[in-house]
Ligand binder design. Sequence first.
Ligand code: N0T
Length: 535
Amino acid sequence: SLLLAAAGAAAAPIPELVQKDGRYALMVDGAPFVMFGGQAQNSSNYPAALKKVWPAIKDMNANTLEIPVAWEQIEQVEGKFDFSYVDTLVAEARKNKVRLVLLWFGTWKNTGPNYAPEWVKLDNQRFPRMLDKDGKPIYCLSPQGEETLKADKKAFVALMEHIKKIDSVDRSVIMMQVENEVGTYGFVRDYGARAEAQFNQPVPAEVLKRKKSPVALAASGSWKQVYGGYADEYFHAYSIASYIGEIAKAGRAVYNLPMYVNNSIRDPLENPVKPWNKNFASGGPTYDVIEIYRAAAPAIDFLAPDIYSHDSKKFAATLDRFQRPDNPLAVPEMGNAPEYVRYAYLVLGRGAINFSPFGIDYSDYSNFPLGHKAADKTMVEPFGKIFAAFRPMERQWSKWAFEGRTYGVAEGDDREPQTVAMKGWKATISFREWQFGEREYFKNVKDLPANTEKPNGGVSIAQTGENEFIIVGQYARVKIDHADGKPSMWARVEEGHYDKAGKWVMERNWNGDQTDYGLNLTGNPVVLKVTVGTY
Ligand code: N0T
């Protein structure tokens, strides 16, 4: 710090997650910060590959890049660490004025060990794989592997030490994802000797305190006694969470960044949740085991869904499942296909701390049919337009979100209008409307607006005062009425932007045709500062 003082550089405060009234903010440089982000493809984590990442992040107008740091690349030879990629990444992020979330691809990446160094992933003796019921090793490394945990932890701690060394002033790295989409496909848990012994032990008290059995069973006892048909998957979740929790704790002891885990989701509409039936990765941080992860891994700040189903009911239900007073909403991955674009407004409007579609780079790889067919500008631009509208007010938006002033809507697959109850006011959002007139005036007109063949509409609203709103959206009509039905009208509808000093700059005032039939938002997102009044 003497050195820093001499250089005149003041260190920014370290990023942290804060909570108030059941809502969360990620504090970056001391103020709430929402990630308007993008995640690079899996193999873009090399200095040469970054050249195809930055242009996409720029076209997207993103403020954050999520990108892997692989165990295999920092410790290809045991005990010999190489952080040259991390150095390049952080230096280039600064040049591009973008923050970083580093994704630690260690013991588990989509449940598999591919990103572990060869000296780990090919040595079953030292780094045991899970055993199936017949005692046969399967593909997945065991969360009971003491040596595996030790080695992964050592590498992660070395990474955190390095980040601390190069980033304690600028804080370009704002968060860490520990492992990626953990759990096990096709097998419910480990049947190795250590796992068997633990499975028959009493369920730890910190779990019992939080997680009730979905069925009426014993209040304490072994996993089987307490959780019955759910015991195997809950035990596996506990084992994996404990493993990750220990890695995160050791990393944070060195450099205390916020840390989270991401989840390849299970069906959010299943109610009540059924026991695991090969239908998702057992033991992963699914919504029904949030309490188990909390208990086993207090060093993990939150669990986040990766959303690759664009079904509008499921999408919203997944947000409901993960947004809880004990778990902030963050979407660290989402499909980048056109059907997902409108969800930006829903996720951001609901006060998420992170919205980052997956596959944002020009590396000539497309994960269609999961995501977009294209791997060029056409994939990025629809998000880029939305981020361009939000970014000049990103700090204001982040504060409003933390204060619970924001609302979000995405057009449903049913294309029906939706209403949003706000303080004293009600917004009605409809879709596939022309900019002029009401439908009933033009019953014989069958045309529909261009680019609305598939659901594409969305609106985010921040209620910034009693009668004042900031509105951003696309392909939607917005009307606002008094909640108690008092006669009301637009007082002013200013189109404009926030300047660098945080002052609203009006560009024009919408009136006449532009407001007589609601606020009709096209495919070019603009920012409106709206006041309403009663008469
Ligand atoms: C995601 C991404 C990347 C029938 C897929 C989603 C990323 C990982 N996995 O491109 O691999 O690293 O987190 C898996 C979703 C499977 C859904 C199958 C639907």
